[in-house]
Structures are given as structure tokens and as C-alpha cells.
Design a binder for this molecule. Structure first.
Ligand SMILES: Nc1nc2c(c(=O)[nH]1)N[C@H]1C(S)=C(S)[C@@H](COP(=O)(O)O)O[C@H]1N2
Ligand SMILES: [Mo]
Length: 363
């Protein structure tokens, strides 16, 4: 790793002391504490980071986006070229497929994310469709292969991915801005893919090449990782490859970010959180304090946008002294409701079981 890249990472995250040398391929994987995820737009310096290895970041001076493969006119575009095209923006959730892996039972290996490998941001750039239209995609090119500049140590398979052409043309964006400032280095500067409603593994960082192809990308990160059971199975029993399909959309989910630890019987208490889904919007969030027997609607915040998260709040009055357990569950705009138990899978993806908090109620 060169000095500029190294300083880029340290300046960006202020985690590694300046004069020490990083000696192996382990990347930074940084989770946001759940109680800090209270803003509609997650501040960039709080936003979780998930990288498969220490990135080899592009040199911003010589960086170009190559568009090749099944196209009539291959392109090499600078950031200035892209900025001359019609501006596009979207506010949406980025969640790592592995968020909540550390809550799965039985447990499995992998980064033990709990609640905070998720955030909501305003992304600004150009539509993938506008860039591909300039290149002219050949008929039959059903998959968009995406490549970042980072490469893994030794014989570790590269993080090469593809997404369906249909999705990429529908609402995907190539973003150079995150929450109104240039995309930070750890989030993929100068350009990354935004895939609204889909898990983070599709959101290629440090993008250098887009290549329409007839067949999907192959390799470890397509054929083995990021796959999801066709049908739910028994917890702890691994699915066979033919029982799985590529993981795409996020699962409907809500989390409680704000709740008091201890209360008295005489008060009304503010409970807050967020909810999102692979569906474009959240229809309702409900709260239960009787282990799911009865549910009451939380108030949804007015701010929303397709695939953004929805903040919510709820005014809770304790019913009896002792320990109360509050549960939250979300229902999305397609009618899918968050389940009590998540769908167990051997990679621990898309944990979305009901979230609960315990509160001590004094008489
Ligand atoms: N080039 C590249 N892109 C990548 C990754 C990576 O390791 N390399 N990690 C992916 C995964 S698994 C996730 S969850 C998101 C995380 O994005 P963030 O670090 O900006 O939060 O980036 C995705 N894009
Ligand atoms: Mo991820």
C-alpha cells in the first residue's frame, strides 16, 4: 500500500496510529452503535464501513471509468465527463447483508455484526442507465459486471460481482457524493454503485469498470457467498447450493434506537427507531409490550423516499411495575411483516427477527 492510500485510510477513520505499518490484508470493518442511528441521514463519520481487504484505492488524478463488454461504443469517462451528464440523486438505505450475523442462533463464522452495519444517506451522481445508453448496450446483455480497484492478498478470490441489467437500468446510480460532500475514501471514492433496496454487497466501491455481459459474473462472491435460501429451513442445517439463489433485496426490518433503561409508572416515555425494507416504503411499525400478543402503531416520520428508511416514534405508558420488554416490528408497502424469528442461513445474512429492549419499571 502506498503512503497516500495509507494516509487516506487513517485520515478517513482516525483508527490506526500514524507511524505504524499495517502488516496484513485485514480490512477495517466498523459498526455504528445502534443508539447513534437516530438521524434521517446518517452522518458520514458515523456510517459503517465494510471492506473485504485493505483497499487499493484509485489514484484520483488518473482515474477513469471504463465501460466495455457487450456495448457498441466502449467508453473511458473521467469524473468531469460524468458531471456533465444529468444529475441524479436518491436517499436510500445501505445495509450489509451480514448485519445481525452476530445475533444468529446457532452462530456462524464471519464478521459478527450486531445492529449497526446499516445507514441511510443521500447519494448523488448519474444514472447507470444514462452512462450505459451512451455506450449502447447490445441486445441480450442481461448482466452488468462491476469491478472495483481493490484487490485481495495472495490467492484470495477477487470481489467481482454482477447485477441484473434490468435492476441497473431501473434505479441504480453511480454516486460521487454522499450526504452533500464528495464520497469519502472508505466509502468508495471517487465513484460507487448505489443499488436502492438491495444489500450492500451489490454496491461496488472504488468503481473502475462496468461491463455488460450475457452471463452473470462467476467466482466465489457470486456462486458461494451472497446466496439466500429458496425456502426457509431448520436453524443450524446448512442449505445445499441448489437450495439457494442470489441474495438481492433487503428484508423488512425495524430497530429500536432510543428507549429509557428505567422508568416509573407515572410517566409517558419516548421510544424511537428506524424501519426499512427491500420494498420501496414502510407501511407501519408496531410496538408490543406483551410478547407480541397485542400491537400498537408507532408514528411514522414524514420524511421518506423509495428505499430510504423511515424513522418512527412511539409514546409508551408502562402497564405494570417490573421488567418490561418492548418489541418492534415493521410491515412494508408490499405487505411483508417482520417475523419473530429470522430465516436462519449458514452465512447469517439479512437478520430481521423482532428487536426488543428491556426496561425496568419502578412502582
Ligand atoms: N470494491 C469493493 N466494493 C465493496 C466492498 C468491497 O470490499 N470492495 N464491500 C461491499 C460490501 S459487502 C458492503 S456491505 C458495502 C459497504 O459499504 P460501506 O463501507 O460504504 O458502508 O460495500 C460493498 N462494496
Ligand atoms: Mo456487506
Amino acid at each position: 500500500m502506498d503512503r497516500r492510500t495509507f494516509l487516506g485510510i487513517t485520515a478517513a477513520t482516525a483508527v490506526m496510529p500514524k507511524r505504524l505499518l499495517q502488516m496484513n490484508g485485514y480490512p477495517l470493518n466498523l459498526e455504528t452503535p445502534l443508539e447513534l442511528l437516530t438521524d434521517y441521514l446518517t452522518p458520514n463519520d458515523l456510517f459503517f464501513v465494510r471492506s473485504h481487504w485493505i483497499p487499493r484505492m484509485p489514484d484520483l488524478k488518473t482515474w477513469r471509468l471504463t465501460v466495455d463488454g457487450e456495448v457498441k461504443k466502449p467508453l473511458k469517462l473521467s469524473l468531469a465527463d460524468l458531471k456533465k451528464m444529468p444529475l441524479a440523486e436518491t436517499t436510500c438505505v445501505l445495509q450489509c447483508a451480514g448485519n445481525g450475523r452476530g445475533l444468529q442462533n446457532p452462530p456462524m463464522p464471519g464478521v459478527q455484526w450486531r445492529y449497526g452495519a446499516v445507514g441511510n444517506a443521500l447519494w448523488r451522481g448519474v444514472r447507470v442507465k444514462d452512462v450505459l445508453d451512451r455506450a449502447g448496450v447490445n441486445a441480450g446483455a442481461a448482466h452488468l459486471h462491476t469491478f472495483g480497484s481493490d484487490d485481495p492478498p495472495g490467492k484470495v478470490p477477487p470481489f467481482q460481482r454482477s447485477i441484473e441489467m434490468e435492476k441497473s437500468l431501473d434505479d441504480c446510480i453511480l454516486a460521487w457524493e454522499m450526504n452533500g460532500v464528495p464520497l469519502p475514501p472508505q466509502h468508495g471514492a471517487p465513484l460507487r454503485l448505489i443499488v436502492p433496496g438491495w444489500a450492500g454487497d451489490h454496491w461496488m466501491k472504488w468503481l473502475v469498470r462496468l461491463s455488460p455481459q450475457k452471463a452473470p459474473q462467476s467466482g466465489f462472491y457470486m456462486d458461494t457467498a451472497y446466496r439466500w435460501p429458496l425456502n426457509p429451513g431448520a436453524p443450524g442445517v446448512a442449505f445445499k447450493p441448489e437450495e439457494m439463489k442470489p441474495l438481492t433485496e433487503l428484508a423488512v426490518k425495524s430497530n429500536i434506537t432510543t428507549a429509557p433503561k428505567a422508568v416509573t409508572m407515572r410517566g409517558i416515555y419516548d421510544i424511537r427507531g428506524f424501519a426499512f425494507s427491500g420494498a420501496p416504503d414502510i407501511a407501519k411499525v408496531e410496538i408490543s409490550d406483551d410478547n407480541g400478543a397485542t400491537w400498537k402503531a408507532a408514528q411514522l416520520d414524514a420524511r421518506h423516499s423509495p428505499h430510504a428508511w423511515r424513522l418512527w416514534h412511539y409514546r409508551w405508558t408502562p402497564a405494570k411495575p417490573g421488567r418490561a420488554t418492548l418489541l418492534a416490528r415493521a410491515t412494508d408497502s408490499r405487505g411483508a411483516t417482520q417475523p419473530r424469528e429470522t430465516v436462519w442461513n449458514q452465512s447469517g445474512y439479512l437478520f430481521n427477527g423482532w428487536h426488543s429492549v428491556d426496561i425496568e419499571v419502578k412502582a
